[in-house]
Design a protein around this ligand. Structure first.
Ligand SMILES: [Zn+2]
Length: 124
């Protein structure tokens, strides 16, 4: 099953927050949801955030469904997947694919728990 971007955000929110927003800057759970987008305003430190802040997905222009698919490919390839192959499978250019592989490998160390739970929840 391929998820759309909204589904991916919802899944990530479930994994990181158990569905209840938590500010990545001050950890307050006192948040107000913005209308029509999955962003939140922190009522304690007055910043706004989405669930991707502080993860490997932060500040990238790649859709989450492509990220999730790339994680699946990188983690489940018996031989390590090549940049060219990832680019082709996910549908991004080679520079982006190289960047994604690098971030996923880094996240395997720094965000191992998040990746493990993403893969667990995955139904590819
Ligand atoms: Zn805050």
């Amino acid at each position: 099953m391929r998820r759309n971007h909204e589904d991916c955000i919802a899944l990530l929110e479930q994994i990181r927050w158990s569905g209840k927003p938590k500010c990545p800057y001050c950890e307050s759970k006192n948040a107000t949801a913005y209308k029509n987008e999955r962003r939140y305003h922190c009522n304690f430190c007055f910043t706004s955030y989405s669930v991707t802040v502080g993860t490997l997905f932060h500040k990238t222009h790649v859709n989450l469904e492509k990220w999730f698919f790339a994680i699946h490919l990188v983690l489940n390839s018996p031989e390590s997947i090549s940049v060219r192959q990832l680019a082709k499978e996910v549908g991004v250019n080679k520079n982006t694919a190289a960047y994604m592989i690098e971030r996923i490998r880094k996240a395997l160390v720094e965000e191992a728990e998040l990746l493990r739970r993403l893969i667990e929840a995955d139904e590819y």
